[in-house]
Design a binder for this molecule. Sequence first.
Ligand SMILES: NC(=O)C1=CN([C@@H]2O[C@H](COP(=O)(O)OP(=O)(O)OC[C@H]3O[C@@H](n4cnc5c(N)ncnc54)[C@H](O)[C@@H]3O)[C@@H](O)[C@H]2O)C=CC1
Ligand SMILES: O=C(O)CCC(=O)C(=O)O
Length: 421
Amino acid sequence: MSDDTLLDRALIRLEEAANHLQIDPDVTEKLKYPRETTKTRLLIRMDDGSRKSFLAWRCRYDDTRGPTKGGIRFHPDSTIEEVETLAFWMTFKCAVMNLPYGGGKGAIRVDPHGLSKSELERLSRAYVQAFANIIGPDRDIPAPDVYTNAMIMGWMSDEYNQITGQVSPAVITGKPIALGGSLGRNDATARGGFYLVRHLATELGLDKDHTVAIQGFGNAGQFYARLTAADGNSVVAVSDSAGAIYRPGGLDVEKLIAGKNAGRRVADMASELGAKVITADELLSVEADLLVPAALEDMITKDNAGTIKAKVLLELANGPVTPDADKVLEGKGIVVLPDILANAGGVTVSYFEWVQNRQGYYWDLEEIHARLLKIVEREGRAVWTIAKDRNVSARSAAYIHALGRLATAIEAHGTQPFFAG
Ligand SMILES: NC(=O)C1=CN([C@@H]2O[C@H](COP(=O)(O)OP(=O)(O)OC[C@H]3O[C@@H](n4cnc5c(N)ncnc54)[C@H](O)[C@@H]3O)[C@@H](O)[C@H]2O)C=CC1
Ligand SMILES: O=C(O)CCC(=O)C(=O)O
């Protein structure tokens, strides 16, 4: 890989889209840099009485279209650059879906698997104590991301309420239902991708019983496996951070999910599922019609993209394909449904959660699914049409679609925000 940073590589997409649109250069100048990133150290008491310090960040990348929105990641490799890039992607994701938000993201550099539940709770609460002045229902609204979940969002929401002395459920989304969470947020990331693939199946050349390989078997990957298997497709390979398995005849998805929920690794379940253990790179090159990266960024590079046999990639992960790898995939005629569209079901249902919290009236699951379907199909179709009309990749089309909306909003604000930012 080159010396370019993750953000440098992400900005290539902005430049490409800008070349397609007649927009003021001030717009790209504004979108090239995060508005603000706050870094802090969280010092918490461990169960053995010692104290330990963790690096943490929150980035509000751009708030032209509304309060900043984006998840919080707990990961041992998190960096400021990763947080800012994820927040940049959130800015474009919210614009693609026409949600009234800008983009944000946060992280703590920690391996949460090494913490007890009470240590994890203290760390999550410490994050909110540190960033209580940055987040807020009209300012910056966090949500779950890698290695964070509804339980953690519940602790964070409770901490915010204690600090402010008010009950403000709309400050954070992805909460437990009992604390104002929305029905349907748990599988929303996967469901958005699933609706997109189903809507464009004919154009993508995917048959009703296509085969699927999934990289990463957490929230996004597991729910995608469940939805696609229930729809008659066959999940033939999956991986987690510890290994990968392959069964050409299809894996028992419910058994796999039950095993993961019991704390097992996918490779440890291979023999009972009649599957073969394969390497992480082999997962990318198995015979499958659809490849679903659902783990981390930069997993598909120019070094391994050439081995991919799938017709279509559905990016449930953020940034799994590098720009160099994109060129390889394009050369092979593989369609990439890009992250800012493909995984936007999560933030879309987070938006529904925020709306329900503010109106104090809650929708049933049917209503959530119908609203999500409508937005995914509307914006998915718009992106597909741009791709065909302009003869560009679906990724470029998604950025063109989003940048058009961002440019309109930036211009509508007048010149002042350029100086205030
Ligand atoms: N949770 C959400 O609502 C949303 C998540 N995403 C993105 O989806 C991706 C996955 O996030 P979640 O499923 O929420 O996280 P998660 O924490 O639930 O699961 C992550 C999964 O990735 C696996 N993994 C980690 N490193 C790996 C590696 N090197 N190879 C294979 N698997 C690996 C882990 O073992 C785990 O199964 C991330 O890129 C995240 O930013 C995007 C939109 C929304
Ligand atoms: O649900 C949200 O607000 C944000 C989810 C997220 O972090 C993402 O889409 O990458």
